[in-house]
Every structure is written in C-alpha cells, then in structure tokens.
Write a protein that binds this ligand. Structure first.
Ligand code: SF4
Ligand code: SF4
Length: 360
C-alpha cells in the first residue's frame, strides 16, 4: 500500500469507529512552543505543574516518539443539542457539556487501540494520546486542519464548532499531510467579552488561574475569595466562551450515546451536599466529574449555593459546615455568609423602598 492508500484506509476506519474527523499533520515542532514556554514562565498555568514537567516533550515531539514523522489528529463531537439538563426552578448547577455523560478517555482510547493495530500492520510505531499526553495537541490539530486557534484559545472548526474532543497518534509512518483551515474569527470578540472572570486577557491569551474550568477542576485547594462570586452557578467547568461562538451554528448533535447527560448532572444543588464518599463515587462512576473527588465537587457546590442559593439552602450548608473535610466546611461557611448578606441587603432595599413610597 502507498502512504496515500494507508491514510485513506485509516480515515475510513476512523469514520467507522465514530470519529468526526481524522486528519494528518507533519510531526514538526509545534507552532506555539515559544508562547507555551512564555506562558509557563508567567506562571499562567497555576497549579497545573504537570504542564511544566512535560514542557520539553511538549515542545519537541521527537522526545515523545523518536523517529515520528506524522501526527494523526482525531476529533469526536460531544455536543448533545441545545437543551440542557439544568433546571433553574430546581436550582441545579451548571456543568460543562463535556462532562454530562461518560468519561471520554476510556471510550476514545478503545478506538485508538484499533487504529494503532492497523498502523502497526503497515510497519508504524505509534504513541496514542487522549488529552493527557505531552503533546501540544491544538497546534497539531490546527496544522492538520481540524479547526483554527480561536481567540478564546480553544479550537474552532467550521463544521464542528467548538464541541469536540481531540486525540492524537504520533507515528513513524510518513503520511500525506492535510491543509490547515484559515482563521475565521475576524473582528468577533464575543468569547473575550463574555468571560465572567476576564480570564481571556486578550485574543489568544488565557490566564488559567482566573478560568472557571481551572478553578473548579484543576485547583485542589481553596478557591480565591475574590473569584467566588464570579463563578455563579457553575459547579464543574465553564462553557461560556464556547457557547457564545457563532461558529457553533453549524454544530450537529453527537452520534455517541455515551455522552448523553446522566441524571446526576441535573440534581438540585443542595442535594449534592448530602453525598458521602461512597455515594459520590457511585453517582459519578465512569464520569469525568469523579476526578475532582467529593471534596472538590462539594467545594464547588458550596460556592454555587453562596451565589444563587437562598434561605432554604441554609440547613444543608450548615450541615456541610461541620464536614470533616476542612475544604468543604470552609466553603460552606462562606456560602452561609453570602446568603445571609444577600438577605440583609434585600431587606435594606425593601425598607428603603417602603420609606420612598411612604414619602411620595
Ligand atoms: S471557560 Fe469560562 S472562565 Fe474560562 S476562559 Fe472560557 S468563559 Fe472564561
Ligand atoms: S467567539 Fe468569535 S472570536 Fe471567539 S473563537 Fe468564536 S469566532 Fe473567534
């Protein structure tokens, strides 16, 4: 088989496995290697020290797979359509769309094993990654023509919009590369303007330490007090800069049923506070949310209740304030104070209104 025929057969197999795109980039140095090092030097990665540890490999794919010639990039759509499992009447929290259903890592890895086998049959040596490998995956995806670098720093694709997972296969096979897409952001700045925490400091620049996805998922400890009110009702990740992107008008619903929303993502906020460790693990078994464990998740729930909860949530928060996990107890106390402060300011406004109407 020629290299072109191997690539054609690979793309065919990837499609049959459910991938929405399978394209190839040359295994050169990633285009944002220098910016990535600068970003790390500015400490913009916050507590994500694993990024620093793998920095040399991320900037030089030959250190990941000596002799690598091509990077095969795969995209899998996870969009579940416009409806959401959140129900404002029941005070549910918001969870990033990618985490509504089953964990994508295992599901995609199983598909990659099959593609790896096919490439081995044709003499290739491979390294396969889903999200967690030491690879600047967005650079290779953009070079292969799966989206362009949006101003949000996320990839945007003409067909898929912003809702897709990426996976990469580094291979020693030299496959014909695909053409990149040109950027179609134009004068749009919607993702920058919508960010609740101003984490996108300018086009293509993200201060991860302010990003709600970082604060609610990557950060292990206490959420900075000044950022808590900006988190609103988000309890796992944030989709605002994706949701607003006009290129999502072409997005279609994923064919992957494993990504459909579980009932656990639509629960009333205060009901999460009743979960003990075993119940949390059972509820989120096989979900990306299990990664932040009960202590991280209940921390986030407390912050959301502090922002959108009311007096009816106080008993659950008071119980959480006695939790043996200090992180949960501290955030529960903050939420109690936030709800009480809101109640006091509402009463003050009501009193002022009464005085004003009595005078008129
Ligand atoms: S995920 Fe949310 S907080 Fe983070 S950059 Fe996007 S809009 Fe801002
Ligand atoms: S919202 Fe606008 S600026 Fe941001 S990524 Fe989408 S098209 Fe680009």
């Amino acid at each position: 088989m020629t290299a072109g025929e191997i690539k054609g057969a690979l793309v065919h197999r990837a499609r049959a496995l459910g991938f929405d795109a399978c394209r190839v980039a040359r295994c050169d140095s990633p285009s944002h290697a220098a910016e990535f090092r600068q970003w790390l030097a500015q400490n913009s990665a916050g507590e994500m020290s694993w990024m620093e540890r793998g920095a040399d490999k991320r900037c030089d794919p030959q250190q990941v797979l000596p002799g690598a010639k091509s990077v095969i990039v795969l995209a899998l759509n996870y969009w579940q359509g416009a409806s959401t499992p959140s129900d404002r009447r029941r005070q549910t929290g918001r969870i990033a769309r990618y985490a509504w259903g089953d964990d994508y890592h295992d599901l995609i890895e199983r598909k990659l094993i099959q593609l790896n086998r096919f490439l081995e049959e044709h003499g290739g040596r491979q390294k396969c990654y889903v999200d967690t490998g030491p690879v600047l995956e967005r650079d290779f995806a953009a070079a292969a023509g799966i989206g362009w670098h949006g101003k949000s720093t996320m990839l945007v694709d003409q067909q898929l919009g912003t809702w897709f997972f990426l996976a990469e296969i580094l291979t020693t096979l030299e496959l014909p590369p695909d053409e990149p897409q040109r950027s179609r952001c134009g004068s749009c700045n919607r993702c920058i303007d919508v960010c609740p925490t101003r984490a996108i400091t300018s086009a293509h620049r993200l201060d991860a330490r302010r990003c709600i996805s970082y604060l609610t998922i990557e950060l292990k400890g206490s959420i900075p007090i000044e950022l808590r009110p900006l988190i609103g009702d988000r309890i796992y990740g944030c989709d605002d800069c994706l949701e607003i992107c006009p290129w999502n008008r072409f997005a279609s619903a994923s064919r992957e049923t494993a990504f459909a929303a579980r009932p656990a993502v639509g629960m009333r906020l205060r009901d999460y506070l009743e979960l003990d460790d075993a119940q949390f693990r059972a509820l989120f078994r096989g979900s990306p949310i299990k990664r932040i464990k009960r202590r991280g998740f209940l921390r986030n729930v407390c912050v959301a209740l502090g922002n959108v909860g009311d007096e009816s949530d106080l008993p659950a928060l008071e119980a959480a304030a006695t939790d043996s996990e200090p992180l949960i107890a501290e955030h529960a106390n903050w939420a109690i104070d936030a709800i009480r402060a809101r109640r006091t300011s509402c009463k003050s406004v009501a009193t002022l209104n009464d005085v004003a109407s009595a005078r008129s």
